[in-house]
Design a binder for this molecule. Structure first.
Ligand code: GLN
Ligand code: ZN
Length: 771
C-alpha cells in the first residue's frame, strides 16, 4: 500500500513566493534571488512530505505562476507576439512572466495572455492560445530539472504533467478552421521527448493530470484520451503512469479510462464516492491496475473522517490487495492553506473549531495515519483511530454549529418567500415614480478607490493604533468625499464607496454568525495573488445590521437616491470554505436569509435602491451539464430569497463580471433583479446579443469602460458602446456604468472617467429628445 500526494501548495507557508515574485517584478531584486526562493520552497515541500512518509511525492507541481502556463512553456506554444522578446539575459522566466502579465518596458508593449478560472475552483490559469498551423517543440525542461533537483536531495519524486488532452482543451483557437484537439499529433512528440528525458533521469512514476475527465467529453475527446495513453504505454512500457482525473467522478468517461493500459487510476472519492463501487465491479477492470483513492478532501479544510475513508480503503484493499491500493487526497492540495499549526491566535480561530480542521500539512499526516490504520489488523482499537473518532464526535455534538432559530426559520419558508410581490413591469412603474431617474441613469458598481491610505488606516485600526472612534471618523470623511465627488460629477445613483470593507466577502463574514477566520490561511488565486477565504462552520445568521450605518450616513449627505451595497449569498458561499456536514444549498439558504435581513433593514432606513452582488454565480456551475439544473435552482433560489422580501418600490440591482454568461442567461433572468449591471466592455458588448436574443426582460447596465486599466476612456468610445447597446435594447431599459467596482483605481482617473461617462449619458438623452 502506498500514499501519494497529487500536488502541494507552492506559495510558501508565509507567502514567500508572492513576496519574491513581486520584488523581482518591480526590479528590486535580481532573478537569482527569485530562483533561489523557488528552490527553497520546493526543498521544504519535499522534505516535509518525505518526513511524513509519503511514498509518491510529486515534483513539477511547483510553479512560479501557473501550471498551465508552465506547460505552454514546456511545449513551446509561445504566442507570436512574444517570440521576439529578447530579454537581456535570455531567461525563459522573463518570457514566462511576460506571457503571464504583459510587458511594458524599454519600448516593448505586449499584453498578457488571458486568464480564467481553473474548473470550478477559485484558482486561475493562463489560457493557452493556438493557431491553425501551431507548432510545438520542447522548450522548457522544468519537469526534468525539478526531478533531478529532488533526486540530488535524496528524494525520488513522481513528476506531474498536465495531460495533453486537458492542456489542449483548456486552450483557445485564435483563428477559425480547426479544432484544438486536431493539434494532438503535433503535441504528442513533445510529451514523448519529455518522458524520454524523465525516464533517462531515473523517473519511475509519472502523474498525468486530466481533470477534463470530470467534464462532458465529446467522442473526439474520449478518443484523444485513449490515443494518448495507449501511445505512452507502447513507447514507455517501463514507465508507471498514474492518470488523475479530479473535481468530480469520471461519469461516462469511465469506460474510456478503465480500459487504458495505465498503471494507476486516481479516483476523486470526495466528489464521487460512489464511483469506487462502479470501478471495482466493472468487468473491464484489469488485474494490474492500481487505484489511487482520493479520500482526503483537497478542496476543503475539514479533518478527515477516518471511519468513512477506511471503509472505502478496506473495500478496495479486499478486492485489489494492498499492492494495488494507493491512498491520496482527492486532488492537488494547491487549494488548501499550508499549515494549521500556524494558527496560534485563539481569538481569531478558537481551539474548539481548530480541532475540526486540517490544512495541507495536516492532510499529509492524515495520509500517513490512514495507511498505518489500513495496514493494521485491528484498526478500530488503534489510538490514531480512536482519537479521530473522538474528534469527529466532538464536532458533531458541538454547541457552536446548530442554531434552532435558523433551522426553524428555514423550515418555515414557502414559495412566496422566493417571489417579489408584483411582476417587474408593475414594480418598474412604482420605482419610476419613487426614484424619478432620467433615462440612461448613471451609477457605479460600488467601491471607490481603496488607496494605500485607506488600507493603512484599516491596519492601524486592526493593530489598535487607531481607536474605533478615530477610524470611523476617517471613514466618514472618505465617504463624504466620495459623495460630494459623485454629486459634482452628476451621477444619478451615488454609492457610499465601500471604504470600510477589506474584501466583499470577508467583510460580511466577519459580521455573521457561523463564520470564522484564519491568520495565515492563504490560498493561491492567481500568480502572486493569494486569498484568505472565511470558514463557514455553523448555522449562519445576522446578529445585527452590517451596512445600514454607512448607507444611511451617505444618504444623509445627498438628495439623490443612494444605492445600498451587499454581497450576495452565492458569492459569499463560493468564496468561503464551506461546512461539509450539510449540502451547500442549505448553507446558501441560511446566508440568503441573513442578507435578506440586511435588505429589509436598509429599506426601513429609507434606502430605495439595493444592489446584491453575485459575481461568483457562474463559477459555481457544476462541471457536468446534467448537474446544472439543480445548481441553478438552488443558487438562483438563494438570490431570490435574499431579495424577494423587498417592497415593490425598492429597486433591486445585481452585478456580475468576468464570466461566460451566455449559457446561463435564462437563470440570470430568473433572478428577477430590477437592474443588472454587467461587465462587457472588453467583449465590446457582444454579451448584449445574448441578452437581446433571449429577450431579457428587466433593465441592464452594460459596463461601458474597463476598470482594470488606468486609462481614461474618451467620450466617443463610450458613446459608441452605448449606441451599440441602444440598437439591441430600448432606451427605457438601459443604465450607464463602469464594468466593475473602482477599488483598484486612483482618484484622478476615476474622476475623469466618470465625468466622461456622465457626459456620454447626457448625449444619449439628447439624442432621444430628453435632455
Ligand atoms: N460592489 C463591489 C465593488 O464595487 C463589486 C465587486 C465585484 O464585482 N467583484 O467592489
Ligand atoms: Zn465586478
Amino acid at each position: 500500500m502506498k500514499t501519494s500526494n497529487l500536488g502541494h501548495p507552492r506559495i510558501g507557508a508565509h507567502r514567500e513566493l508572492k513576496r519574491a515574485c513581486e520584488k523581482y517584478w518591480s526590479d528590486r531584486t535580481p532573478l537569482e534571488d527569485l530562483i533561489e526562493m523557488g528552490k527553497s520552497i520546493r526543498k521544504e515541500n519535499w522534505k516535509l512530505q518525505q518526513g511524513k512518509g509519503i511514498d509518491l511525492i510529486p515534483s513539477n507541481d511547483f510553479s512560479f505562476y501557473d501550471q498551465v502556463l508552465d506547460t505552454t512553456l514546456m511545449v513551446g506554444a509561445v504566442p507570436e507576439r512574444y517570440t521576439n522578446l529578447q530579454t537581456s539575459d535570455n531567461s525563459l522566466l522573463d518570457l514566462y512572466f511576460a506571457m503571464a502579465r504583459g510587458l511594458q518596458k524599454q519600448g516593448v508593449d505586449v499584453i498578457a495572455m488571458e486568464m480564467t478560472k481553473w474548473f470550478d475552483t477559485n484558482y486561475h490559469y493562463i489560457v493557452p492560445e493556438f493557431t491553425k498551423d501551431q507548432e510545438f517543440g520542447l522548450l522548457s525542461l522544468k519537469a526534468v530539472e525539478e526531478f533531478k533537483e529532488a533526486k540530488s536531495l535524496g528524494i525520488h519524486t513522481k513528476p506531474v504533467l498536465l495531460g495533453p488532452v486537458t492542456y489542449l482543451l483548456l486552450g483557445k483557437e485564435k483563428e477559425e478552421g480547426f479544432h484544438r484537439l486536431d493539434l494532438l499529433p503535433k503535441l504528442l512528440p513533445v510529451y514523448h521527448s519529455i518522458l524520454e528525458r524523465l525516464s533517462d533521469a531515473g523517473a519511475t512514476w509519472v502523474q498525468f493530470d486530466e481533470p477534463v475527465l470530470a467534464t462532458d467529453l465529446s467522442d473526439k475527446g474520449k478518443r484523444a484520451i485513449s490515443q494518448v495513453y495507449r501511445g505512452i504505454a507502447e513507447t514507455f512500457p517501463n514507465l508507471k503512469t498514474l492518470l488523475a482525473g479530479y473535481f468530480g467522478d469520471y461519469g461516462n468517461n469511465l469506460d474510456t479510462v478503465i480500459e487504458l493500459p495505465i498503471c494507476a487510476l486516481h479516483l476523486d472519492l470526495k466528489k464521487g464516492p460512489d464511483q469506487l463501487d462502479r470501478v471495482l465491479s466493472s468487468s473491464k477492470l484489469n488485474e494490474r491496475l492500481s487505484l489511487s483513492l482520493g479520500v482526503i478532501d483537497g478542496r476543503n479544510i475539514w479533518k478527515n473522517d477516518f471511519a468513512s475513508s477506511l471503509r472505502l480503503i478496506q473495500q478496495a484493499k479486499r478486492q485489489l490487495g494492498q499492492e494495488r491500493t494507493i491512498i491520496s487526497p482527492s486532488c492537488s492540495l494547491l487549494h488548501v492553506p499550508y499549515d494549521l499549526g500556524l494558527e496560534k491566535n485563539e481569538k481569531v480561530l478558537s481551539k474548539e473549531i481548530k480541532d475540526w480542521m486540517a490544512f495541507a500539512k495536516e492532510k499529509l499526516e492524515e495520509l500517513r495515519s490512514l495507511k498505518k490504520l489500513a495496514l493494521s489488523p485491528d484498526f478500530e482499537s488503534h489510538q490514531l483511530f480512536l482519537d479521530n473518532v473522538a474528534s469527529m464526535q466532538r464536532r458533531r455534538s458541538s454547541g457552536l454549529i446548530h442554531r434552532s432559530m435558523v433551522k426553524q426559520r428555514v423550515g418555515q419558508l414557502d414559495k412566496t418567500d422566493y417571489h417579489r410581490k408584483s411582476p417587474f413591469e408593475k414594480r418598474k412603474v412604482l420605482q419610476e415614480s419613487e426614484l424619478r431617474l432620467p433615462l440612461f441613469p448613471t451609477t457605479t458598481i460600488g467601491s471607490f478607490p481603496q488607496t494605500k491610505e485607506v488600507r493603512r488606516n484599516r491596519s492601524l485600526f486592526k493593530k489598535g493604533d487607531l481607536n474605533e472612534g478615530q477610524y470611523v471618523e476617517y471613514l466618514k470623511n472618505e465617504t463624504k468625499k466620495a459623495i460630494s465627488l459623485q454629486n459634482e460629477i452628476g451621477l444619478d445613483v451615488p454609492v457610499h464607496g465601500e471604504f470600510e470593507r477589506n474584501d466583499m466577502v470577508e467583510y460580511f463574514g466577519e459580521q455573521l454568525e457561523g463564520f470564522t477566520f484564519t491568520q495565515n490561511g492563504w490560498v493561491q488565486s492567481y500568480g502572486s495573488r493569494c486569498v484568505k477565504p472565511p470558514i463557514i462552520y455553523g448555522d449562519v445568521s445576522r446578529p445585527r445590521p452590517i451596512t445600514v450605518f454607512w448607507s444611511s450616513f451617505a444618504q444623509s449627505l445627498t438628495e439623490k437616491p443612494v444605492k445600498g451595497m451587499l454581497t450576495g449569498p452565492v458569492t459569499i458561499l463560493q468564496w468561503s470554505f464551506v461546512r461539509d456536514d450539510q449540502p451547500r444549498s442549505s448553507t446558501c439558504e441560511q446566508i440568503a436569509l441573513a442578507i435578506l435581513d440586511e435588505v429589509l433593514d436598509l429599506e426601513k432606513e429609507g434606502i430605495g435602491i439595493i444592489q446584491v452582488d453575485e459575481p461568483a454565480i457562474r463559477e459555481g456551475l457544476p462541471l457536468r451539464k446534467e448537474d446544472w439544473g439543480h445548481y441553478l435552482d438552488w443558487a438562483i433560489g438563494a438570490f431570490r430569497l435574499s431579495t424577494s422580501g423587498a417592497k415593490d418600490s425598492t429597486q433591486i440591482h445585481t452585478h456580475m463580471c468576468y464570466s461566460e454568461f451566455n449559457d446561463i442567461i435564462k437563470g440570470i433572468a430568473e433572478m428577477d433583479a430590477d437592474v443588472i449591471t454587467i461587465e462587457c466592455s472588453r467583449s465590446q458588448m457582444e454579451l448584449l446579443d445574448a441578452f437581446h436574443e433571449f429577450d431579457y426582460p428587466n433593465d441592464i447596465g452594460p459596463g461601458v469602460y474597463d476598470i482594470h486599466s488606468p486609462r481614461v476612456p474618451s467620450e466617443e468610445e463610450i458613446l459608441k458602446l452605448l449606441q451599440k447597446a441602444g440598437k439591441v435594447l430600448p432606451p427605457s431599459k438601459l443604465w450607464v456604468n463602469p464594468d466593475c467596482g473602482l477599488k483598484t483605481r486612483g482618484w484622478e482617473e476615476t474622476k475623469n472617467a466618470l465625468k466622461v461617462m456622465v457626459s456620454a449619458a447626457q448625449q444619449m438623452r439628447k439624442a432621444v429628445g430628453q435632455p
